[in-house]
Design a protein around this ligand. Sequence first.
Ligand code: G3H
Ligand code: ZN
Length: 287
Amino acid sequence: SFVNGSEIFSAARKGHYAVGAFNTNNLEWTRAILKGAQEKNVPVLIQVSMGAAKYMGGYKLVRDLVASEMEAMNITVPVVMHLDHGNYEAAKECIEAGFSSVMFDGHDLPFEENLAKTKEIVELAHAKGISVEAEVGSIGGEEDGVVGAGELADVEEAKQIAALGVDYLACGIGNIHGQYPANWKGLNFDRLKELADAMPDMPLVLHGGSGIPQDQVVKAISMGVSKLNINTECQIAFAEATRKYIEAGKDREGKGYDPRKLLAPGTQAITDTVEEIIDWIGTPAVD
Ligand code: G3H
Ligand code: ZN
């Protein structure tokens, strides 16, 4: 069964490491992520966006799929089942559907409304032992229809949201979803420091983790980032491995067009990506 993310990410903040949060899209993605975490023997967070959940057939199906795969694969590491960038309705639905963690992303609401709705979600979730991520400022770019302008998180606003009892907090610090433009200015470490100093115990979440130079991520982790969100990097790895397989004509050899064969190289590429990331973000193995 799933675990709440509160302790896992608090321990990460205290220990100056991060735990990976990977987006799932389907059965292969789910298996690939679980396999990577199990092989490294580390806790992992599997998250689903509203768009991916709709594609897969709903939150209940996602929850059941991940739970069934864990059982079939004999997964022993702690797994957090999380909603990524949820609106108010989605967060409530996932609390009912058996997720162990939800993100309520109210960044596009007027601040008072973000505050009020986050408070409500925290109360509903905590009553059931479910952890909550909130967002202040915004993540640039677009992910599955969730668009952000990339404003830096305001420290006072972040403190007010944190005080509601949220378990981990996503802060805009110049990070962007999807691929980074060539003229990207990098993470804003001054703002990250202000946020981390103002909230010394709060695990901070770095969205848009794909494509940030590794040294910047490592520095951000040392300063208070405890949850690293990765989506695009796994998608690129999957697409590249699949393209290579097809371009090499492997799909024409033997029964290479069999979906189980066709999807295998891409699925393995996701596992490899997950394992590489786990290595350099320093997640310690569980006993
Ligand atoms: O919420 C998910 C992440 O922020 C993923 O961002 O696709 O840029 O890795 P990414
Ligand atoms: Zn995100």
